[in-house]
Write a protein that binds this ligand. Structure first.
Ligand SMILES: O=C(O)CCC(=O)C(=O)O
Length: 207
C-alpha cells in the first residue's frame, strides 16, 4: 500500500455505493450551472481533460489559485461540498496524515484524456512545506498513472488507478512528479453507468 515514503495507493477503497453517489455528484457538478471546461495553459496548449475547480479556482494561465475563473468566464468557483471535505479527511487519516481540504480539482477524462507529468506546487508554501497531502480519488475507467521522483528526470513508475482507488501523497512524496499517460476505455464498473473517468484531487491551500 505504501509505494514510496509518503505515497499510498489504497486499492478498491471506496465501496460501490459510495462510488455511485460520488460519480453522480461529479456529473451534476461538471454539467452544472458553473460547468467544467477545457483549460488553455500558459504556452497556449489545451489540456486533455475537462476541469472544474471547487473551493478555489486554479488559473491555467497564471498557475495560481483565485476565487473566480479569470482565465475562462469570470464565474466564481463553486463551493467544496462538505461531504467531499469529509471524504478527503477520512482518506488522509487512513494513512495517518491530516488534511482539511479547502479545494478540489475535479477532472473528467474521456477515452483520449491524459495529463502530462507535473508537480502539484501551486498551493501555499506553508502547506507544501508541511507536507500536507494531495488526496486523489478515481471513478470510472482505469487510468495508467505515472509516478516519478521530485526531479523531472527521475525514474517514473506506472501503475493502474481503478475505480474506487485512492492515492495519497504527502510528506516526503508531496512534490513528486505525476501524470496520466492514458485511459483504458470500457473499464468503468457497469454499476456506475459511465464512460470515461472522474478524478478528484483534494488539496489544502492554506494552513
Ligand atoms: O487524474 C489523476 O489521477 C491525476 C490528476 C492530477 O495529477 C492533478 O489533478 O494534478
Amino acid at each position: 500500500m505504501e509505494i514510496a515514503p509518503g505515497a499510498f495507493h489504497l486499492r478498491h477503497h471506496l465501496p460501490m455505493g459510495t462510488q455511485r453517489a460520488l460519480a453522480q455528484r461529479c456529473r451534476s457538478l461538471i454539467d452544472g450551472p458553473i460547468p467544467g471546461y477545457v483549460p488553455t495553459v500558459r504556452g497556449g496548449g489545451k489540456m486533455h481533460v475537462r476541469m472544474l475547480c471547487l473551493g478555489r479556482h486554479w488559473n491555467g494561465q497564471t498557475y495560481r489559485y483565485e476565487p473566480v475563473r479569470a482565465d475562462f468566464d469570470g464565474l466564481p468557483a463553486p463551493p467544496l461540498p462538505d461531504e467531499f471535505r469529509a471524504l478527503a479527511a477520512e482518506l488522509a487519516g487512513s494513512v495517518a496524515m491530516r488534511l482539511d481540504a479547502d479545494l478540489c480539482i475535479l477532472n473528467y477524462y474521456d477515452d483520449d484524456g491524459r495529463m502530462g507529468l507535473h508537480q502539484d506546487k501551486d498551493e501555499s508554501e506553508r502547506s507544501i512545506a508541511a507536507g500536507l497531502p494531495v488526496v486523489s480519488v478515481s471513478l470510472g475507467d482505469t487510468a495508467r498513472f505515472l509516478f516519478g521522483g521530485t526531479r523531472r528526470r527521475d525514474h517514473v513508475d506506472a501503475l493502474l488507478l481503478e475505480s474506487g482507488d485512492a492515492f495519497v501523497f504527502g510528506g516526503p512524496a508531496r512534490l513528486r512528479y505525476h501524470g496520466v499517460s492514458r485511459i483504458v476505455p470500457g473499464t468503468a464498473p457497469p454499476e456506475l453507468r459511465m464512460s470515461g473517468r472522474f478524478n478528484l484531487t483534494f488539496r489544502q491551500y492554506d494552513i
